[in-house]
Design a protein around this ligand. Sequence first.
Ligand code: SF4
Length: 444
Amino acid sequence: MAFMRFFIKSYGCQMNLYDSRRMADALACAGYETSADLENADVVILNTCSIRDRVDEKVFSDLGRLRVIMEKSSKDILIVVAGCMAQLRSKDILRRAPQVNAILGPQNIHKIAVVIDDLIKNRAMDIIVTMSMDTGGKFQSLFANACGRESVSEYLTIQEGCNNCCTYCIVPFTRGREFSRSVSDILEEARNLVASGVREIMLLGQNVNSYSGGNFDKQKFSLAHLLFELANINGLKRLRYITSHPKYVDQDIARAHREIEILAPSLHLPAQSGSNSILKEMNRGYTQDEYLRCIDLLRSYRPDIAFSSDFIVGFPGETDWDFEQTLKLAKKVRYAQAYSFKFSPRPGTAAAQMDNQIPEKIKSERLLILQKLLNDQQTEFNKSFEGSQLNVLFTKEGKHKKQIVGRSEYSQSVSVYANTTFVGDMARVRITEVASHSLVGMLE
Ligand code: SF4
């Protein structure tokens, strides 16, 4: 096989980043080289997201850019579109971007090396489209080639797909039914990562706290069990997990936050809305009270635990009163950080067909109000650490000379001036300066 360079562009969530890393591992194992940029690559893989319309259009504009590069350079670049948008909109992609050579759904990324080999051997080959929902097969053949991994913090997918059917969400259509990887595979991958220098592992799942790792040593394995197992890995300094669903918050997970020292006391728990009628229309499966009971349970076991969340404003039928309930919920929880978005109707979802779609102007007004509240809460949370100490795991060098950056146990970005040999280490930092989204400190 001729010397070929590949470039992967990842859009969207951490799970796509994880998948992109797995594809890079598979291609490296197959003898391909990485290209630092899109322009100098022979193979370009766009690993797409389809959570909102705006993201889809970004992909189409990148495909347009690639066409121009190929025309200008008369270079024949192999283009692969992978990920959620590939699964959801393959026909649109083929119609609007005939320069694409292959389309791979998220459950087929393990075939990336074979697909590119075939395309190289037979340039005249028709477009390859593989969209089967074979999550098990994906993880059986994908394995984290941790060798040469330089990063201090790594993602590790433990569960994929979703059995919930929130009416606004495309994940069940793009990633299929829930699939939990076996405990032994996860432990082996985690040990390899730590052996290669990784000090923080972020466990990933669309509903990570509904993880049910099959049977291990004849014992039903939940996320809490898995966390206690992972905490025994020597050299691992911090554990995190994302994204949780309020329906699966239980005492075991709360106890894990009290008893596992390396488990970060910060939890992402999307509420989406504070209104019970909107939560019902979203098919989220909980009420505002039930959501708040999860918060109270976790705080009763770990009083300093910090929460982040996701919110959607302008869901079909959302009245001013409904929106008020979302503001009320946020005020009751006081989030350390939260993301908020305008409702974006996704093709094929029930919510896209609903009546009472909210005008864009009202969505924008509500988003501004909510973002102001959430930003104020984040600033207030960060301010509460001025003068106190935090445990920071340093993950990289900062923008300035002798500056290093890391994350606190509450997921805050913290920078200090210190020797870069501290990267990969956890250290006590006294906070001296607070900005709305980051902290500055001194090593203690
Ligand atoms: S639980 Fe999350 S991933 Fe599943 S359908 Fe709802 S929003 Fe989508």
